[in-house]
Structures are given as structure tokens and as C-alpha cells.
Design a protein around this ligand. Structure first.
Ligand SMILES: Cc1cc2nc3c(=O)[nH]c(=O)nc-3n(C[C@H](O)[C@H](O)[C@H](O)COP(=O)(O)O)c2cc1C
Length: 202
């Protein structure tokens, strides 16, 4: 069994330019340490999200959270798809990330999903600074989540998020995912493919 005493899995992040270690060292594990996350630590993570920028400072994000062993956690878990349920065995906290679809005038807020992303990015970097990892998930039955947590009509549940300390026992994972967890190299497209100092290029 791989335990906390063993060194954490270290990933290789071959950056082309120097970036902050908090960004460089972040990755999304599927096995988390048995160390719990306290309410205070969670509030710190949410506070980092709270101070994210948003269009018109509208702050359209809404978060449901549940701590392992509680009813809310189990209700969020139930909303995950089969694949994600398969690996969320050691997750200490589960979140649902939702956003309000409309602005104050009742018109569609096209930037709401962007802003929820900013909230999560802030949260993930704050988490990294505390040695805490997050794993975001699109694989969530959003219709079930909306019903389960009684969201009003103009809200959408976009993601679920698994949270826990780095350093989990990878043997808790299905075999194919154990291999992925141990994979050293992280990959990204080169900047030239998506950054243009001029017209868009295919
Ligand atoms: C919006 C979003 C949805 C994701 N959905 C899932 C998911 O449903 N299941 C999963 O195992 N990983 C999911 N991921 C994790 C990504 O696969 C992961 O972030 C990506 O492979 C890059 O790896 P890294 O975060 O370790 O750098 C998701 C990530 C994001 C940001």
C-alpha cells in the first residue's frame, strides 16, 4: 500500500517559459490522502474564489459542498457519472459548481461560465498553496443535481470538484487510472497553436 510516508507523486511539467511554482506544480489527482479538510480550510478556498474577477462583478457562481461522511457529500456523489464515481473513493470534499444564467435584467449572462471558471482557478491555486489538490469534473448529471439541490430555473450546474490533500493511496483507483496517476509527464499544446498576435489561424 502506498501511504502518506512515501513521497508524493511528482509530475514533470515541461514549461517553455518560467512560471510560478504554484501553477507549475498543480495537477489533478484521483487518489487523495486520508487527511481530512477542515471547515476553516474550506472557507479559505472559497474565500480565494470569492475574490475572483467577474463580469460586472456579478459573481454568478454558486457552490454546494459536502464533507466525506455527510449526507450532502453522498447526495453530490450520487450526481457524478459512473466514470467519476469509479475513482472518487478517497475524496475528502465534493463540490458542485453552478452559475446563474441570467443577469439583473433577466437577460442571458454569456460570461457566467467564464466567471465560474475564474472562481475555480482562484480556488485551485489557493488550494495548491496549502498542499491541497482539486480535480474538476464535467461528468456530472446536471439535471439530477439541479433537482437534488433545488436550484431555481435560471441556474446551471456545470461541474463537480473533488478535493483532498495530495498523497493518496493509488491502489484505491481502478487499474487503468492507477497507471494514469503515475504518469510522469504533463502535456500541453504549444503556444503557437492558440495564441495569435493578429488574425486567427487554424
Ligand atoms: C471543466 C473540467 C472538467 C473535467 N472533467 C473531468 C471528469 O469528468 N473526470 C475526470 O476524471 N477529469 C476531469 N477533468 C480533469 C482534466 O482531465 C485534467 O484537468 C486535464 O487532463 C489536465 O490535467 P491536470 O489538471 O493534471 O493538469 C476536468 C477538468 C476540467 C477543468
Amino acid at each position: 500500500m502506498k501511504t502518506l510516508e512515501e513521497p508524493m507523486i511528482k509530475k514533470e511539467t515541461p514549461t517553455d517559459y518560467e512560471i510560478h511554482p504554484l501553477i507549475k506544480q498543480r495537477w489533478s489527482p484521483r487518489a487523495f490522502s486520508e487527511n481530512p479538510i477542515s471547515e476553516k480550510e474550506l472557507k479559505q478556498l472559497f474565500e480565494a474564489g470569492r475574490w475572483a474577477a467577474s463580469s460586472n462583478n456579478f459573481q454568478p457562481w454558486r457552490i454546494i459542498y459536502g464533507i466525506k461522511g455527510t449526507d450532502v457529500y453522498n447526495r453530490i456523489f450520487k450526481c457524478l457519472d459512473e466514470f467519476n464515481q469509479g475513482w472518487n473513493k478517497t475524496t475528502q470534499v465534493l463540490l458542485l459548481g453552478a452559475f446563474k444564467k441570467t443577469n439583473k435584467k433577466g437577460k442571458e449572462n454569456f460570461h457566467a461560465l467564464h466567471d465560474l471558471g475564474q472562481f475555480m482557478a482562484n480556488l485551485s491555486i489557493q488550494a495548491q498553496s496549502m498542499g491541497i489538490a482539486i480535480h474538476q469534473m464535467a461528468g456530472v448529471d446536471f439535471k439530477m443535481a439541479i433537482k437534488e439541490f433545488e436550484f431555481p430555473e435560471d441556474y446551471h450546474v456545470a461541474t463537480a470538484v473533488a478535493i483532498g490533500y495530495y498523497g493518496g493511496d493509488i491502489e484505491t483507483l481502478p487499474e487503468d487510472l492507477q497507471e494514469k496517476e503515475l504518469q510522469k509527464e504533463r502535456k500541453r499544446k504549444p503556444q503557437e497553436e492558440f495564441i495569435f498576435n493578429g488574425n486567427f489561424k487554424e
